[in-house]
Write a protein that binds this ligand. Structure first.
Ligand code: CS2
Length: 466
């Protein structure tokens, strides 16, 4: 079967780049070339290019996979996104990625691009666990494999913080202006977190570099949202049918998409607003809303699904009792939020219930259930702390915590960077206080919850009742 490429004659009904890809030059490096980036930032960039063009081609970098970059190159970096909902499918071929690199194959090429004066922005989607954040200090986790590695050999980095630091070091050495670092992972104040990690890593090699970064580099925060399940053979078969050619990189996603970006760039930026992105002064209210209402409910759905042996999010949402639990969770989470400019939170929550129930999206509960230790602090534990400190009830967050622990207890394998500690907590759980071993894991729960006997008792009795 022919592969999708620049020579493919696409059907008129298929949306495809309306700008001159031959003339497109790179201006962005994106680290983390997975499904989410391809269905999100790459599409906003595609829209910006259609709107105002400019030198905003994306150099996509995979930190671990070598296959994605190979497949990208075999398709002239073109790929399709199928947006799916109750009303049907619509397919779009995206052209904003112009180069694909695998860091494992060619780390020097990645560093060369990071030090290239044409690059003005580096965007990131590498997942929560890839940064190497120490849960207690919020700074570098020296035990994280990539952090440990990159502190030893900073000029031959392996992880995201190492690449950013070495890329910036090379720019400083060459007398170039820095790039903007735009984090697009589901972490609270994501830009601030990455800034702190990069400066801390830079300080270990050269205090002057750390100072230059803290004075000149901007790390805007951003909130990203689109439900994008991992691609499967079915995704590719569907793309082939729609396109008439093979597309090994096709992905499917819901139609909804949102991107709120702190407008703080050291250089120029694409007109991502042409694709619907919102530039704001303060992302925090949007990000809290999304992490607590969407991602918090998503985690609840995932663990309920795993306990009830339901494969997809839509299956969990097809059980009315589960929808009641999801709505109850949203009600508790929304009470921890401040008003969000321009957003009607009641409508937002109704829309979420619809989105989760989308029958056309096969989003595995197992995919969302993984990495709980990296996700739940911002999705559940901090909201619980906020609820308690404002004098309101945090029982709902105790409930979801109990559901998570119940899931860990019955999971065949725990997919989490702290799996060993979690596994040990499962084994050590005592009959009288089943949760003590979980609360003893360093930095997993905020100290306010660790020290809160009432809340811990709630988790315990809810766990027993499950
Ligand atoms: C999900 C997110 O896997 C997960 O933990 O909650 O990936 C979620 O689908 C996205 O944040 C939606 O924007």
């Amino acid at each position: 079967m022919e592969r999708l490429s620049a020579r493919t004659q696409l059907h008129d009904l298929i949306e495809s780049p309306v700008y001159d890809r031959q003339a497109l030059k790179p201006g962005i490096v994106h680290i983390g070339l997975g499904a989410f980036h391809r269905a999100h930032q790459a599409i906003y960039t595609d829209a910006a290019l259609a709107h105002a063009f400019g030198n905003w081609g994306i150099v996509g970098v995979s930190l671990r996979s070598t296959e994605i970059a190979q497949d990208m190159r075999a398709q002239d970096c073109l790929y399709s996104v199928v947006a799916r909902d109750r009303s049907g499918d619509s397919v779009r071929v995206v052209g904003s990625i112009v180069e694909a690199l695998a860091a494992n194959d060619d780390g020097e090429a990645v560093l060369g691009r990071l030090a290239d004066p044409a690059i003005q922005i580096v965007t990131l989607t590498v997942s929560e666990k890839a940064y190497g954040i120490d849960p207690i200090s919020g700074g570098l986790d020296y035990a994280h494999p990539a952090i440990a590695e990159d502190l030893k050999s900073p000029t031959r980095p392996t992880g995201v913080i190492g690449y950013l630091t070495e890329g910036l070091a090379r720019r400083k050495a060459a007398g170039l202006p820095p790039f903007t670092v735009l984090c697009c992972d589901n972490l609270p104040s994501n830009g601030r977190i990455v800034r702190r990690l990069v400066i801390e890593m830079a300080a270990t090699r050269d205090p002057a570099l750390a100072e230059w970064i803290s004075e000149t580099v901007s790390f805007p925060c951003s909130m990203v949202d689109r439900i994008v399940p991992a691609a499967t053979a079915e995704t590719r078969a569907r793309a082939e049918k729609l396109l008439g050619v093979e597309d090994r990189l096709s992905i499917e996603a819901e139609t909804f998409s949102q991107w709120v970006i702190e407008d703080d760039f050291v250089g120029d930026r694409p007109t991502w607003d042409a694709g619907g992105a919102l530039f704001v002064e303060n992302v925090e209210p949007y990000e809290k809303m999304k992490l607590r209402l969407l991602n918090g409910s998503h985690s609840l759905i995932a663990y309920l699904g795993q306990l009830q042996k339901l494969e997809f999010v839509r299956d969990v949402m097809a059980v009315p009792e589960n929808v009641v639990l999801v709505r109850r969770h949203m009600q508790a989470a929304v009470r921890t939020l401040d008003p969000v400019p321009g957003i009607d939170l009641t409508h937002y929550m109704d829309q979420l219930v619809e989105r989760f129930a989308n029958p056309a999206i096969a989003h595995r509960t197992q995919q969302i259930a993984m990495d709980g230790s990296q996700k739940l602090p911002q999705r559940l534990f901090q909201p619980a702390v906020d609820a308690i400190s404002s004098g309101s009830d945090a029982a709902e967050f105790a409930f979801v915590t109990a559901v998570w622990i119940a899931y860990l207890k019955q999971a065949e394998t725990i997919d989490d960077p702290r799996a060993q500690e979690l596994q040990k907590a499962v084994a050590d759980a005592m009959l009288a206080d089943e949760t003590a071993s979980f609360f003893a894991i360093a930095g997993l729960f905020p100290s306010e919850l660790q020290a809160n006997r009432d809340w811990r008792n709630q988790v315990n009795s809810l766990l027993r009742s499950l």
